[in-house]
Write a protein that binds this ligand. Structure first.
Ligand SMILES: *[C@@H]1O[C@H](CO)[C@@H](O)[C@H](O)[C@H]1NC(C)=O
Ligand SMILES: *[C@@H]1O[C@H](CO)[C@@H](O)[C@H](O)[C@H]1NC(C)=O
Ligand SMILES: *[C@@H]1O[C@H](CO)[C@@H](O)[C@H](O)[C@H]1NC(C)=O
Length: 495
């Protein structure tokens, strides 16, 4: 067995060295029995690691990184010339143990071409959506009224369960793009879309009733029921349809601009029942972190009642090329991050073992779920260094409590995040001016790091920046530049 492992590793190392300029994912663990190998210097330099080219090397490894969801993971719920809706499978499908805590959340994103209409529908789920690009109108139909709101980049829209709603892209040139996090009601991680009208390949929910009931309910003849609702004749129109300029005008006529109607939670005693529908814009708030290298906008359910019962925060990160969003920890929130533009390098510390390993171990031990849980509790003390290159249209999941750093090595980065369990979550920085570890007192520092307070001071006070810092090449002494003692690349499937 050890022999096989060694071979596998040698092979992987060869492959990884060959492709190391474009590795999407590496995991490195100090492991005594392996030969010392390549060192950090081989990672992408400035401008290196551009996508394309020799893909196979890293793609295969990327499939083993449980936190990374490439484009190929998405399923098309709908696709036509007018737009598409893409849905990520349940996170637990990827790893049942790592993502059990977010089993009931789904990520999706959609795009509507200019001058299109997404037919009215509802879902058996709550969701929050964020406008990534473009402008349009979202309309809600309730038993009381129709409410329409203009939406534009940075708007957060809360759509409550089972409320019929529809979208219009009123823009003549720019596609409307939305990212959504969905929280199903009936079945953890599963939801259905219900359409009152039929469209290509999707039936109307009225098909769930018999013709005589429909005829009686609407008080119309059965032939009409068939023609309007249940008929089998093919509709060529999908759920997203082209509309004329006149129709756009009508559809957006009574739309309210979110800024006019937005109310804060502190405007108390306001019994406005439509408030939950009111979109708000992330950019109308000051960024919570900002300097010339980046900014970070975040809406927390503490402040926005629209997000409160669903307990989801929404954030938007702009990071300049060559900068990093300093190491940090989110206390309660698991973040589902979607890269909207550019490529991010996420580095994350993870002490857990992964599915690939676990499954393998289960196979060997011939045990089921219980064995898996036991294994999780055995801590090896190893920290997996998870380095992921995540580009436009891809998703990365950051579990709560996991130290994470975000770098924009290649281009300016735009990434959005949905923070699950956001209400009581806090973010602490591990480096930079506002660095939590610098609050350790002298004795604790000495005991913790085994160095004198002068040295520790250097560790904690050399960084002049807060939150965002330049990714400068370090001026290392020759000694520091020596390759690290042991570094190996794990192939999860093989272990
Ligand atoms: C279309 O969207 C772009 C970008 O969001 C915006 O600059 C432009 O004003 C919009 N046009 C219309 C007609 O809304
Ligand atoms: C937040 O924490 C408070 C105090 O511990 C608790 O009462 C409340 O239920 C928590 N809220 C959420 C949404 O978890
Ligand atoms: C931090 O800022 C101070 C004052 O602006 C400067 O003297 C010092 O060299 C800076 N340190 C670093 C590491 O950039």
């Amino acid at each position: 067995m050890a022999m096989t492992n060694k071979l596998t590793i040698t092979l992987l190392l060869l492959i990884s060295i060959a492709f190391s300029h474009c590795l999407a994912f590496r995991v490195e663990v100090d492991a005594e029995e392996f030969e010392p190998t390549h060192h950090e210097g081989q990672q992408e330099g400035p401008g290196g690691g551009q996508g394309g080219g020799s893909g196979q090397g890293w793609e295969e490894e990327a499939t083993n990184n449980p936190f990374y969801f490439g484009k190929e993971r998405f399923r098309n719920w709908f696709q036509s010339n007018e737009g598409f809706v893409k849905l990520l499978p349940k996170f637990t499908q990827r790893s049942s143990s790592l993502f059990r805590g977010i089993e009931n959340y789904r990520f999706m994103f959609m795009e509507m071409e200019p001058k299109t209409f997404f037919v009215p529908h509802h879902v058996d789920a709550d969701y929050v959506s964020l406008v990534l690009q473009g402008s349009g109108v979202v309309s809600f139909v309730t038993d009381k009224a129709k409410e329409s709101f203009q939406i534009t980049k940075g708007d957060v829209v809360r759509v409550p369960s089972a409320v019929t709603h529809f979208y219009t892209n009123t823009n003549e040139t720019v596609p409307l793009r939305l990212a959504k996090i969905v929280v199903p009601d009936n079945n953890p991680g599963h939801f259905e879309v219900f359409l009152p009208s039929r469209s290509q390949s999707k039936q109307s929910y009225f098909n769930g009733f018999t013709k005589d009931v429909l005829s009686a309910s609407f008080n119309i003849p059965e032939e009409l029921v068939e023609r309007l609702i249940t008929g089998f004749q093919q509709t060529r129109e999908g759920v997203v349809r082209s509309v004329t300029p006149e129709q756009i005008k009508e559809l957006s006529e009574h739309a309210t601009s979110p800024s006019n109607k937005h109310k804060h939670k502190d405007d108390k005693d306001d019994k406005d029942t439509t408030r939950i529908f009111n979109p708000f814009n992330l950019f109308k708030q000051d960024p919570i972190y900002s300097n010339d290298l980046g900014n970070f906008h975040e809406a927390n359910p503490k402040k926005f009642s629209q997000l409160q019962d669903i307990d989801i925060g929404v954030s938007w990160l702009n990071l300049k090329q060559g900068s990093l969003f300093l190491p940090q920890i989110n206390s309660k929130s698991t973040f589902v991050v979607f890269v909207e533009n550019g490529c991010a390098r996420f580095e994350m510390a993870s002490p857990s073992t992964f599915q690939g390993q676990q499954q393998q171990q289960q196979k060997w031990s011939g045990q089921g779920e219980e064995a898996e849980e036991e294994q999780e509790e055995e801590t090896s003390g190893q920290v997996h260094k998870i380095v992921s290159r995540v580009c436009k249209g891809e998703v990365f999941v950051i579990p709560a409590g996991h130290p994470i750093v975000t770098v924009a090595p290649e281009q300016n980065l735009v990434a959005v995040g949905f923070g699950i369990n956001a209400f009581n979550s806090t973010r602490t920085f591990l480096a930079g001016q506002e660095n939590v570890l610098s609050n350790l007192d002298n004795v604790a520092t000495r005991l913790t790091f085994g160095v004198g307070s002068k040295l520790a001071d250097k560790l904690f006070s050399s960084q002049n920046y807060s939150h965002f810092a330049p990714m400068v090449r370090s001026q290392q002494s020759p000694e520091e530049r020596k390759p690290p003692a042991f570094q190996s690349i794990f192939n999860f499937a093989g272990f």
